[in-house]
Design a protein around this ligand. Structure first.
Ligand SMILES: [Zn+2]
Length: 129
């Protein structure tokens, strides 16, 4: 290894450490369709244990083992309810925010993506997952 290479490797290591020390956390949307959203703090998402579906906790973008982070957004009309939720990877900070769409004729909730923030690290090569 040449001296220049050593200097450059050290510089890259210093910059990586600097980046890791100041992670970029994407901002959550403050409103949707004119309705203001109040977000609760980010918390660790529950770990999903499902032998058939494979590992659902790892990040698809950077392979962080998880758990991912979860935040709930409250909005009206009327008494604020949980009408939004967001997921964020603690490794690459990829973030998706969803509106929870309730349909009285269907069981459960449909999630409609309203915001996306791309990963901050280089995506791992496709492994067919
Ligand atoms: Zn990630």
């Amino acid at each position: 290894m040449t001296e220049t290479e050593d200097v450059l490797r050290q510089r890259i290591a210093d910059l990586e450490a600097q980046l890791a020390a100041t992670p970029f956390i994407p901002a959550l949307p403050t409103e949707h369709d004119g309705e203001p959203i109040t977000w609760r703090d980010w918390e660790e998402a529950p770990i999903i244990l499902c032998a058939w579906a494979g590992d659902l906790n790892a990040c698809q973008a950077c392979d962080h083992p998880g758990p991912s982070l979860l935040a709930f957004g409250l909005a009206g009309p009327g008494k604020p309810r949980i009408r939004f939720n967001a997921h964020r990877c603690p490794g690459c900070q990829e973030m998706r925010a969803y509106q929870r769409v309730y349909d009285k004729y269907r069981v459960g909730t449909e999630l409609k993506e309203i915001a996306y923030s791309a990963p901050r690290t280089i995506a791992r090569p496709e492994s067919g997952r």
